[in-house]
Design a protein around this ligand. Structure first.
Ligand code: GUN
Ligand code: ZN
Length: 515
């Protein structure tokens, strides 16, 4: 059990947590964004990050500091917090990124951890190997062995109160990512960054990023705080939080600003193409695009960086509120529409619905069916699994809405796409209270048919009639042959005839209650 990370609330695999950082004497609420501070380039000062943007944690690079004589002396002399003028928690990276970039670095895990401790780092990083995507499996394995050794060196080092990262690598091999996650989790290290996803994100391979994180998460325990190294574009934060990432670091705000790029939750714009500023941050309410273009390049970079950071923090607040409200999936779904690559990422997330389902709260606000992908949400998988515990007896009528139950049937169950059938008594329980559109798609009906199959399989002695008005052929094809198919209007008519023949008039007890 880790006592420095406490989970407060959750939605999907996303969570609101509290990370205690003892050396800094602060507790950081997660999901948290760590702005990247380049000690050589002062885009937005750390003091302003703290006072104006509310950053309570940032990340900088200890290798850059160590290899610059002036910075090294100052950091050793006054400490990192005073040097940067920042009173929150400071994470430092180790030079691994430089290693990936230039092929070699002049330090070791033992040495760089000691240096990080000497300059007052709160969360330190060993020298892991950021193996790029798509390398040969042998290379991924060899690199992983080196990372594993780095973690062992970090465990052996005298790190005092300083927390230490245990990066999870493994390139694009899910089994290696999972194994690396399990190994990292078994160390006594503290924070678990999923590494080497930057090349995936630069290439818009959000589906591969999702698979890598999902695999790492399978190896890591639920109580492990997870950092997504090098991820901080506002467009993808909801997706990454939904997977269970707790910490992010953004260099994007500054790097993109340098390049004249303007971040939004829907993607990246070039300042030169903007006629309007679609944002309510202080920069965008006080300036027009022309103002920004007319500013000198230094000033323009500064203003763009501020906007970029404002939208990123705002998105993180929106995500945290969505976790509180239990509608994170609706937010992920919205963001998935911003770019086809994000849609791929969302669809990859849904491929892991069973994995998400294990952590997703059993009950939350409301399920909004917003696209055909909604048919593949974890709640649908969970409902299907629930079929195994529901018993049906006699002759059961499955209908979408409410019609008289009549004498022909022993029970009338509802079947609401995309869920499977359920006894009416469950109608008011999550997720069966879902708001679904009138014009449902094939995926929704096919999922409902899957639920019917499961119920039929589990109850071989019962007989089923499915009243199906709009079900497409593709869905009906999934319904077992033993189920009698009848149109809803035909069933209604027949039952009404029977009732008038009987001269009986019954009230609500006949089941005329729903809808
Ligand atoms: N920054 C971005 N990716 C990585 C990574 O995989 N490892 C380390 N140490 N830093 C990173
Ligand atoms: Zn703005």
């Amino acid at each position: 059990m880790r006592d420095h990370f406490e989970l407060r609330d959750g939605d999907l695999a996303g969570r609101i947590g509290r990370l205690s950082v003892p050396r800094a004497g602060v507790t950081v609420e997660t999901p948290a964004l760590l702005p990247v501070v380049n000690p050589n380039i002062d885009t937005i000062s750390p003091a302003r990050l703290e006072s104006e943007f509310g950053a309570d944690i940032l990340i900088t690079n200890s290798y850059i500091i160590k290899t610059n004589e002036h910075l090294r002396e100052e950091a050793l002399d006054v400490g990192l917090h005073e040097m940067l003028d920042f009173h929150g928690a400071i994470m430092t990276d180790s030079g691994s990124f430089q290693l990936a970039e230039y092929g070699e670095i002049d330090t070791t895990t033992e040495e760089i951890l000691q240096f990080q401790r000497d300059i007052g780092t709160d969360i330190a990083t060993p020298v892991d190997i950021p193996t790029p995507p798509d390398v040969a499996r042998e290379q991924a394995e060899t690199d992983l062995e080196i990372t594993r050794q780095a973690l062992a060196d970090a465990e052996a080092a005298d790190t005092g109160e300083m927390l230490v990262n245990a990066p999870v690598q493994g390139s694009t091999y899910p089994d290696l990512r999972e194994e690396a996650g399990g190994h990292a989790d078994a160390t006594d290290l503290d924070v678990f960054p999923v590494g080497a996803v930057v090349p995936m994100m630069n290439a818009y391979r959000y589906d591969d990023m999702v698979d890598a994180v999902a695999a790492a998460k399978r190896g890591l325990g639920v109580d492990a705080p997870v950092h997504l190294f090098g991820a901080g574009h506002p467009m993808m934060l909801a997706l990454a939080v939904a997977l269970g990432c707790d910490l992010f670091d953004s260099a994007a705000y500054a790097l993109y600003a340098r390049d004249g790029r303007y971040l939004t939750v829907r993607g990246t714009e070039h300042l030169e193409d903007l006629e309007y500023l679609p944002c309510t941050c202080p920069i965008c309410t006080e300036h027009s695009p022309d103002d920004l273009r007319a500013a000198g390049s230094k000033r323009q970079e500064q203003l763009l960086a501020e906007h970029n950071l404002h939208v990123t923090f705002a998105e993180l607040r929106r995500i945290k509120q969505a976790i509180r409200d239990g509608d994170l999936m609706e937010l992920v779904e919205e963001r998935a529409r911003s770019h086809p690559a994000m849609l791929d990422g969302y669809r990859a997330l849904l491929d892991h619905a069973d994995q998400l389902e294990r952590e997703d709260p059993a009950s939350k606000g409301a399920f909004f069916y917003a696209s055909n992908e909604s048919a593949h949400r974890p709640e649908v998988a969970r409902h299907h699994a629930r079929m195994d515990r529901l018993t049906a007896e006699g002759h059961v009528l499955l209908t979408e809405g409410g019609i008289p139950s009549g004498d022909d049937f022993d029970a009338t169950w509802r079947v609401v796409p995309p869920f499977g059938p359920f006894p009416r008594a469950l109608s008011e329980t999550y997720p069966l209270t879902a708001e679904v559109p009138e014009r449902l798609d094939r995926d929704a009906y096919e999922q409902a048919a899957r639920g019917v199959s499961r119920l039929v399989e589990e109850n071989p002695d019962a007989a089923f009639t499915l009243a199906h008005d709009d079900w497409p052929e593709s869905a009906l094809a999934r319904v077992p042959d033993s189920v009698e198919l009848e149109s809803l209007s035909a069933v209604s008519e027949r039952l009404a005839d029977e009732e008038s023949d009987d001269g009986r008039e019954e009230g609500d007890s006949t089941g005329l209650s729903d809808e």
